[in-house]
Ligand binder design. Structure first.
Ligand SMILES: Nc1nc2c(ncn2[C@@H]2O[C@H](COP(=O)(O)OP(=O)(O)OP(=O)(O)O)[C@@H](O)[C@H]2O)c(=O)[nH]1
Length: 536
């Protein structure tokens, strides 16, 4: 906006400067035209006055000759005519030189009719000469001459008799067209004009063209106004009525005679050079304005692009800030969720640990349960097999033999059959309890089958094992279980030796020995009959 204002200011400045320069130049041209027309008017004044002076001199001479003739009483008409003709010949400016009598009849002069038929008593100059006795030149006109039939200005002098009374008028007809030769001398340009008017503004002659308007008093209002204001001379600008051309005019009252000289230079002529300046200066100004506006437009456009660029960058910057802010929020949210996740993980780990512990305990309980006989609360067959395997490996490591006892309740089927299953169970619990009390802390007791029990005696030789078995048998046999009464057991004893390859060999042998005890009558201990292997 500021840029456009600056361009507008420059435009106004350029236009104003160009306008002022052109206006000043126009004034200069006008002044020059005014000075030129003033000078020409002065020149024409001198020319016209000179011509009239010359004619008046001739009139004065002729007037004196006429007076002398009357004075001497020797009036000679022929001589007078000769004189007038001679004067006429000396004055090419005039159409004729004539003399009237006191009544206004033209009497003398070249070409004057002898019968005296031309009367000028009605002419104003005649009346003035008759009424005014002063010896002076009378200038009147323009008139259409009655003899020559041409437009003339009359230069007249009163003729007086020796007693001073009015004798007639001596007058010269100065052809209006004669002024052509004077006015045409003025150098006023192709459309200039020079005019002679009488003091009452009747047209005498105009150059270049009179247009049959001699005698016309039709003049522009401006001329009338300026003459009324400054009768001696001045300047004015007007459009000439006669040809419609605008001119810068100078008018001048001819100093000693009743004429106005008006010369005018056509505005078109004296402003021709100025118009060329107008063309050049306005072209330069237009070019300057065009360049200024073009530059403004370019700067304006680049400014707009710059603004758009800045706006775009601002938008991008704002978007970036938004993204950064959103990212920061996301990071914060992520941190929160990470903390929550870590917390949840910690809780989960704790719970997993708790669950794992619980599971481990449950597993241990389950394992214990899987290895425990629910009826007797002793280890079951699975526990017995595992212990046998471990004991075999321990023996292999230690080199110390161990023994196993297989204990089976005698005729237990009868107990069940006779006293019922529950009583049978009671018997089983009793046997288990008794055997448990008979074992050392290092021994292992398990329910090996339905009514069959296994005892592992670590680091125990078969003989010692047989003694343990015997003690167990006796203890059980001595006890009384209500309502069943006394029960007995058969026991097979066997030893496992470090040289054994088969870890089941001892149990198999104990089972064989048990079978032997059963078959030999029951309620007894069948010792291991195998000999210990001989050390190499
Ligand atoms: N009440 C009870 N009876 C059982 C249990 N397990 C096995 N039995 C019984 O034990 C009896 C074993 O009988 P058998 O194998 O014929 O042997 P036995 O009658 O003891 O005869 P011998 O061994 O030859 O002296 C069967 O009747 C089984 O039903 C148990 O947990 N509880």
């Amino acid at each position: 906006m500021r840029l456009v204002l600056l361009a507008a200011l420059i435009s106004v400045l350029v236009i104003s400067l160009a306008g002022v320069a052109l206006w000043q130049e126009k004034q200069r041209y006008r002044e020059r035209a005014s000075v030129a027309t003033g000078n020409i008017a002065r020149l024409l004044d001198q020319q016209i006055s000179g011509v009239i002076d010359k004619i008046d001199l001739s009139l004065q001479t002729s007037s004196k000759i006429y007076a002398a003739m009357l004075d001497e009483g020797a009036f000679d008409a022929a001589h007078l005519n000769q004189h007038l003709a001679a004067q006429e010949a000396l004055l090419p400016e005039i159409v004729s030189l004539r003399i009237t009598d006191a009544k206004g009849i033209v009497r003398y002069g070249r070409g004057v009719p002898a019968e005296g038929s031309v009367d000028v008593s009605d002419r104003s100059y005649f009346a003035e000469a008759r009424n005014d006795a002063a010896d002076r030149l009378i200038v009147h006109g323009p008139f259409l001459a009655r003899i020559s039939k041409t437009w003339v200005m009359v230069l007249a002098r009163r003729l007086s008799k020796p007693d001073g009374s009015f004798a007639g008028v001596l007058y010269a007809n100065l052809g209006c067209s004669y002024f052509e030769s004077i006015l045409s001398l003025a150098s006023l340009g192709p459309n200039g004009a020079a005019t002679i008017r009488t003091t009452d503004l009747a047209l005498v002659h105009r150059f270049p063209d009179t247009r049959n308007a001699v005698g016309s008093k039709d003049v522009s209002a401006q001329l009338r106004e300026v003459i009324a204001a400054r009768p001696q001379g001045g300047e004015y600008l007007a459009t000439t009525k006669l040809d419609g051309v605008e001119r810068s005019n100078a008018y001048r009252r001819v100093e000693r005679y009743p004429f106005y000289v008006i010369v005018g230079q056509a505005t078109d002529d004296y402003l021709r050079a100025w118009r060329l300046s107008v063309l050049v200066i306005s072209s330069l100004a237009s070019l300057t304005l065009l360049v200024a506006w073009f530059a403004t437009f370019r700067v304006y456009r680049s400014q707009i692009r710059l603004n758009e660029d800045i706006a775009q960058r601002t938008r991008i910057g704002e978007a970036l800030e938004r993204i950064i802010a959103e990212r920061a929020q996301l990071y914060a949210e992520l941190e929160r969720r990470k903390d929550a996740l870590e917390e949840a993980n910690a809780t989960l780990e704790q719970k997993v640990e708790e669950r794992t512990l619980e599971l481990s305990k449950a597993n241990q309980a389950l394992e214990r349960f899987a290895r425990r006989d629910t009826l007797t609360r002793l280890g079951n067959r699975l526990a017995a097999d595992e212990h046998l395997h471990e004991e075999f490996l321990r023996m292999k490591r230690s080199g110390l033999a161990y023994s196993v006892l297989l204990i089976d309740i005698d005729h237990f089927k009868q107990v069940n059959d006779q006293f019922g299953h529950e009583q049978g169970d009671k018997v089983l619990r009793h046997v288990a309890h008794t055997l448990n009390h008979s074992c050392r802390a290092t021994d292992f007791l398990a329910r090996f089958g339905g009514e069959e029990f296994l005892v592992i005696l670590p680091a125990t030789a078969p003989a010692q094992a047989a003694r343990v078995a015997e003690k167990m048998r006796q203890t059980l046999a001595e006890a009384r279980i209500e309502p069943v009464g006394q029960i007995t057991v058969s026991i097979g004893v066997a030893a496992a030796w470090p040289s054994d390859e088969d870890e089941n060999a001892a149990v198999r042998q104990a089972d064989e020995n048990l079978y032997r005890a059963k078959s030999e009558g029951r309620n007894r201990v069948a010792e291991d009959v195998r000999l210990p292997p001989v050390s190499p």
